[in-house]
Design a protein around this ligand. Structure first.
Ligand SMILES: Cc1ncc(COP(=O)(O)O)c(C=O)c1O
Length: 331
């Protein structure tokens, strides 16, 4: 009779998996004997397996490279690591080994960015994308680093941010604008609280940015918080975003980048099944078809994968302290 937990795993999932295998009676994670770690450090224990961070970044870059080659896509691909996923220096520094950029969400993140610049760990020629609601100290730090000559790209989340940045920044500077996506119909709010509504973006650009003596629009930012999924809702929002991009591009020469945010799912179950390469190919093919039909250059693509960068690299080890019998057979 199969009544052990290991039997259930055997019957329910394909095992061993890419990262987990059994060596005798003991579980290994990427070849690391977990019981040895437990014997050495005890439990509970949280750990990060750094090579997985670089591996996932390389995978994502590979999917975008292949999709761009296949479609003869002319724009570049830019991987940004979003620091809010993990601020630990060993995680951020591992991610930065892969020729990537950074996305920030708070004033605190910019202290980290400044430290990375000073330590020579962050390439000064890459854009740092500054997202999120901008508190006064966040705006001040953005302005401080731009005034010091760094390439920060504040993504406007709120109309008022433009005036404050304009007052604080000495020379001409670039911005992005975040589109407030419409939420899935089952969600209790219609529109994301982050960003500027679809219909308001072109008028905002025309009234405030188009003839501004100091500000140029470089990026349109779009993020669906339910993630990148192959469903009607995602593709509908994605196409609305492309339409806004095309409309802006008609009047804005400097716009050349499309940021599709984060949202890659991660393996949080042994039964996980998601075709990343297909989704990337679809995103790139749809963007390519759109820019060809609109007669515009293919936008440079930015992503901000957070969970995908770090989520599969970490684990927590617990000790089973007791087993109960809750029915006739199973413990
Ligand atoms: C603007 C932005 N970019 C990136 C992310 C990261 O998303 P994920 O962890 O799903 O990749 C988030 C998450 O909230 C976000 O708001």
């Amino acid at each position: 009779m199969k009544i052990k937990y290991a039997d259930l795993i055997e019957q329910t999932f394909d095992f061993p998996q890419e990262e987990f295998r059994l060596n005798g009676e003991e579980l290994e994670f990427h070849g690391i004997p977990l019981m040895e770690v437990v014997r050495k450090y005890g439990t509970p224990l949280k750990f990060t397996y750094l090579p997985k961070i670089s591996e996932n970044i390389r995978k994502a870059k590979g999917w975008f490279r292949d999709a761009m080659e296949k479609t003869d896509y002319k724009g570049s691909y830019n991987y940004c690591y979003c620091t809010k996923s993990s601020h630990f220096s060993h995680v951020v520094e591992e991610a930065l080994k892969n020729d990537i950029s950074i996305e920030t969400s708070s004033a605190y993140d910019l202290d980290i960015v400044e430290h990375l610049y000073n330590a020579g760990k962050l390439d000064k020629d890459r854009y740092v994308v500054c997202n999120g609601y901008k508190t006064d100290d966040y705006l001040e730090r953005i302005a401080h680093l731009i005034n010091a000559g760094y390439k920060l790209l504040p993504v406007i989340d709120n109309y008022q941010e433009v005036d404050v940045l304009n007052a604080l920044i000495d020379n001409p500077f670039e911005i992005g604008i975040r589109i407030a996506s419409e939420e899935e119909p089952k969600f209790e709010f219609y529109t994301s609280r982050l960003g500027i509504g679809y219909r308001n973006i072109a008028p905002f650009y025309r009234d405030v940015i188009q003839n501004h003596p100091k500000i140029k629009l470089k990026m349109l930012h779009f993020f669906i918080n339910t993630g990148i999924n192959d469903n009607a809702y995602y593709w509908n929002e994605f196409n609305k975003c492309l339409t806004v991009y095309g409309r802006l591009k008609e009047v804005c020469e400097s716009l050349d980048s499309l940021n599709i945010g984060g949202g890659f799912p991660i393996k949080n179950s042994l039964a996980f099944d998601y075709d990343y390469a297909y989704m990337v190919e679809e995103i790139i093919a749809q963007t390519k078809a759109f820019s060809r039909d609109a007669g515009i250059d293919d936008p440079h693509i930015y992503t901000e994968f957070g969970s995908f960068t770090v989520g599969e690299s970490g684990g927590t080890l617990f000790k089973v302290i007791y087993q109960k019998r809750q029915n006739d057979k199973e413990r």
